[in-house]
Design a protein around this ligand. Structure first.
Ligand code: GAP
Length: 501
């Protein structure tokens, strides 16, 4: 059984080998933390977006969608706080010239101590089983010491981050003896703030042209269209505006495949509510969003809430939905109660009133906002990594199968003539033509049927439909279900009701 690191490597290579995800610009040696989606990847990604859009826009009568531009007026990013505060603390190693996030260096150091604890716990268990009480006690003592160390570092680190004490962060890195993984030295520069927004110029000449930014989140496109949508959509509070689109962040530490990218996609929704009712709606969205995840059939123990104790100055409640990725529980989605911060800031900077007139209370006010925000790519990684399974079969062989939720699978049904003769391919084409208008299907007649089944398992196709000699006699086919590998024979005319997704 592969350990988690090996498993993750296998998942990444499976994604490439089967046309889900390719490194960007690969023939030029790639571009760090930028990826392209292949022929099956784009289908899975589109299905994720559709699943979100249906749940948010189609099922909620009071939520509408928009598609705002990536380029926006630069003052928007001043108003939102991104120009001044969308920073990560960076540090360089003078020998390797490599750049790191100071906070990540410390978090990795804490993780290493945690790994030591896990090893010691394993040892302690064995010693306990062997009745070696003395060694058991000593090992336990070490675990307690490590834990104290972690608590101490974590408390100091959190305090330094909260106070943005950059000199303190450097001092802590030095005190912990953290070395650069490349050079192995402690020759660090000072810690500096690094703004994550990509800047570019608008206009044909750079000189005198305005600096504009590639948006680091889609949310601001929603806020600045609040008034337009409220009026043209004749919206009444509470109501929401949803958007799916690209976002860009110049991440210093971009790693873990598509978990942290420099160009990625977000699915965000801002829900505008009456001031004072925001916590009730925050709770509603917490429950609604976790249900959306769990309705995919992924076991609940793979998700957990991480409520924020320390809140951003504009938020009065915040939680992350964390998912159990192969590298541990990490943020998948954020749900934030953002008060009236964003709309008030845009009122201030634009000079336009961004208020809702409430006919029930006869009052005009800046609505409060609950935001739900999830990365498409991160959701892709969650379902893809969870779906990847290596199964030992009775004959000793290994089957790699992507147990994707059927509604997200890139190809819903594969149509396979058993042999390339006796009119079977023509019959299979007829079946394809019947299914095509309703779902993505794939025709495959190459290789033995067993190999074709394996190919479909590897891309997560829930159903394989085989056309054989009996089909020619009585118009029935076999349907093989991906996970159970069970087969049943059904009349062609009933196929559409048998394929469920
Ligand atoms: N508007 C709020 C916002 O953008 P965030 O926590 O910075 O909040 C929301 O991002 C979600 O976007 C995250 O939960 C994650 O799923 C996704 N995300 C953020 N940065 C990302 C990155 N560099 N690569 C991939 N996904 C990212």
């Amino acid at each position: 059984m592969a350990n988690n690191e090996e498993l993750f490597k296998q998942i990444i290579s499976h994604a490439k080998e089967y046309g889900f995800i390719f490194p960007s610009s690969e023939i030029y040696d790639g571009l760090s933390a930028v990826y392209d989606y292949g022929e099956y990847g784009v289908e899975l990604k589109n299905n994720i977006k559709q699943y979100w859009w249906k749940a948010m826009v189609q099922y909620h009568e009071n939520i509408v969608g928009i598609d705002s531009a990536i380029f926006m007026h630069p003052t928007i990013w001043k108003a939102s706080g991104h120009v001044d505060a969308f920073n990560d603390p960076l540090i360089d190693n003078k020998d390797s010239k490599k750049r790191y996030r100071a906070d990540v260096l410390i978090e990795d150091h804490i993780q290493k101590i945690e790994d030591k604890i896990n090893k010691e716990v394993e040892k302690a268990k064995k010693r306990f089983e062997n009745f070696d009480e003395d060694l058991y006690r000593k090992t336990n003592q070490r675990v307690v010491e490590y834990q104290q160390k972690i608590d101490d570092i974590t408390a100091r680190y959190a305090d330094l981050m909260n106070r943005t004490d950059l000199a303190g962060l450097k001092a802590l890195i030095e005190e912990l003896g953290i070395v650069c993984p490349i050079s192995g030295t402690k020759n660090w520069t000072d810690v500096r703030q690094f703004n994550l927004m990509f800047a570019t110029q608008m206009g044909s000449v750079a000189e005198g042209a305005d600096t504009i930014y590639l948006r680091p989140e889609t949310a601001q496109g929603i806020f600045v269209n609040f008034l337009n949508v409220y009026k043209t959509g004749r919206m009444k509070i509470p109501f929401g505006i949803a958007q799916i689109g690209k976002a860009f962040r110049n991440e210093i530490v971009a790693r873990q495949f598509i978990f942290r990218m420099r160009e990625f996609e977000q699915m965000e929704m801002q829900f505008f509510v009456r001031p004072g009712e925001e916590l009730k709606w925050f709770d509603y969205w917490k429950q609604t969003r976790i249900k959306w995840h769990q309705d995919l059939g992924i076991a609940p123990e793979n998700y957990r809430f991480h409520d924020h104790e320390k809140l951003a100055h504009y938020a009065n409640a915040a939680t992350d939905i964390e998912f159990k990725f192969p590298f541990g529980f990490k943020e998948l989605e954020g749900i934030h109660s953002r008060t009236d911060f964003d709309l008030s800031q845009h009122e201030k900077y634009s000079g336009k009133k961004l208020r809702f007139f409430d006919p029930e209370t006869n009052e005009s006010y800046v609505p409060y906002v609950i935001e739900t925000s999830i990365g498409v790519d991160r959701m892709f990684l969650a379902v893809f990594s969870h779906a990847y399974t290596e199964e030992k079969l009775e004959d000793g062989s290994t089957r790699v199968v992507l147990r994707l939720p059927a509604k997200l699978a890139p190809i819903k049904a594969a149509v396979l003539p058993l042999v390339k003769k006796d009119g079977l391919p023509e019959k299979a084409r007829e079946v394809m033509d019947m299914l095509k208008p309703y779902m993505m299907c794939q025709y495959d007649e190459k290789d033995a049927i067993g190999r074709r089944y394996r190919r479909q398992d590897a891309i997560g196709t829930p159903y394989c439909i085989t056309i054989d000699n009996q089909t020619m006699e009585n118009n029935t086919v076999t349907i093989r279900e991906r996970d159970s590998m069970e087969q049943k024979r059904v009349p062609i005319k009933e196929l559409l009701s048998d394929i469920v997704f």
